[in-house]
Design a protein around this ligand. Structure first.
Ligand SMILES: *Cc1c(COP(=O)(O)O)cnc(C)c1O
Ligand SMILES: [Zn+2]
Length: 405
């Protein structure tokens, strides 16, 4: 196991505490895949309970006793026949990451990230967050007796996420700026040695998140979907999941790779713009805006990894409007009984748009990842809904209303 720069190739010892290379490049964890291949089989994997830690052999842990877990992962992969029929698709699945312990996929990253902090003997952890990262880190910090500091953008943090971060006992600091500003500030604190940083620039967090890719194959009985569609904010998740699919192939568990398809919001789409121009660098969006606060990010830290995932898998990047996001959020709830937060619905909105554009084939086996639970952002859900009907306690009135239907 080593940490390796994706730009210059410089290698660092696995025990070094660093977030990026000397050259500024992002780091990635590399393994001896031959020895994993010898040790692991489909049958041996199935001996452990489904979830992040089923895949321990693929994770950078030296002492399993240091693992900090709330039983993350093992989220349902729903076959969505109603929605598939509505959209004229052959085979559609939703991987619902809202079913994680704190209600988003961030828990997969944090079980790994906080385990790493434990192995390093670190007592103070921190992050910048649009909400879910802070909720998750706060929970795993509590579970492992660590102090947790979170920086949030002022306003714009969904109510459920804010409630979680405060309630799990984190020190919650709202800054008068956006997520990108908050991340710059907390990265400075990390450089000063004030805390261990658990944003997705930390490659250990992404190792936990790559298990989404493992689980999708596992739940499809070791088949690989043709395409995976997910929302993209800071772009860690799409990078992580792509790494997971590649590692399963490299170690002989699967034999193909899916097309990675990233969806951004119209008001925060630097990766989509780079993709449409065929470029490998982005122009940051200074004033990101969208109802999907979890992807309201203008300067995605992991863009080099994300663009590589999209380009090398033959995937796509597309953007959707806030209206399309809300429509898709409702459609998923009403056709399939799956309630997700707005950012998550971007994957469904993106799917709908790409079908309409004829950019994807209706015969593909498609998995959309819904990243966070609908109750995270109750305000957005209520705003998008009709108000309840209010009546007196009168059976005649009640009958007349029921009969209207
Ligand atoms: C964090 C988050 C995202 C964005 O993931 P990135 O790894 O930053 O691209 C999308 N949806 C939800 C619900 C999130 O919490
Ligand atoms: Zn480097």
């Amino acid at each position: 196991m080593i940490q390796k720069c994706i730009v210059c190739g410089k290698e660092y010892d696995i025990d070094d505490i660093r977030y990026t290379c000397e050259c500024g490049g992002l780091l990635e964890i590399k393994y001896d895949y031959e020895s994993i291949k010898e040790k692991v089989s489909k049958e041996s994997l199935r001996k452990r309970e489904i979830g992040v830690w089923r895949y321990l052999d693929y994770l950078p842990v030296k002492d399993p006793k240091k693992i900090v877990t709330l039983h993350e992962g093992g989220t349902p992969l729903y076959k969505c026949d109603n929605l598939a029929k509505e959209l004229g698709l052959k085979e559609l699945y939703v991987k619902n990451e809202g079913a994680n312990p704190t209600g988003s996929f961030k828990d997969r990253g944090m079980t790994m990230g906080v385990t790493r902090a434990n192995e390093l003997g670190v007592n103070i952890v921190g992050c910048a967050s649009t909400g879910n990262t802070s909720a998750s880190l706060a929970a795993y910090s509590a579970r492992s007796n660590k102090k947790c500091i979170v920086l949030l953008p002022s306003g714009n943090v969904a109510l459920g996420k804010l409630a979680q971060a405060m309630f799990y006992g984190a020190k919650v600091i709202q800054i008068n700026g956006n997520f990108d500003d908050a991340l710059l500030m907390v990265r400075k604190l990390a450089e000063e040695g004030k805390l261990y940083l658990l944003n997705s620039v930390n490659p250990f967090r992404l190792e936990g998140q790559k298990t989404i890719g493992f689980e999708i194959c596992d739940q499809l009985n070791w088949e690989v979907p043709d395409r995976v569609i997910l929302p993209v904010g800071n772009a860690g998740n799409i990078s992580a999941i792509w790494k997971g699919f590649k590692e399963f192939k490299e170690t002989g568990i699967t034999d193909k790779l899916p097309k990675m398809t990233g969806i951004q919001a119209e008001g925060a789409k630097p990766i989509v713009e780079a993709f449409k121009k065929g470029q490998k660098t982005i122009v940051p969006e200074k004033h990101p805006e969208t109802i999907a606060t979890a992807i309201r990010i203008g300067n995605p830290v992991n863009y080099p990894k994300a663009l590589d995932a999209i380009y090398s898998s033959g995937g796509l990047a597309e953007s959707v409007t806030d209206e399309e996001i809300v429509e898709a959020q409702k459609l998923l709830a009403r056709k399939e009984g799956i309630f997700v937060e707005p950012a998550s619905a971007a994957s469904i909105a993106g799917l709908i748009k790409l079908i309409e554009m004829d950019a994807i084939d209706r015969d593909e086996k498609i998995v959309c990842i819904t990243t966070g639970h609908g109750l995270k952002d109750p305000d957005a859900a209520i705003r998008a809904s009709e108000r309840p009907i209010e009546i007196e306690c009168d059976m005649d009135v009640l009958h007349s209303i029921i009969n209207e239907e």
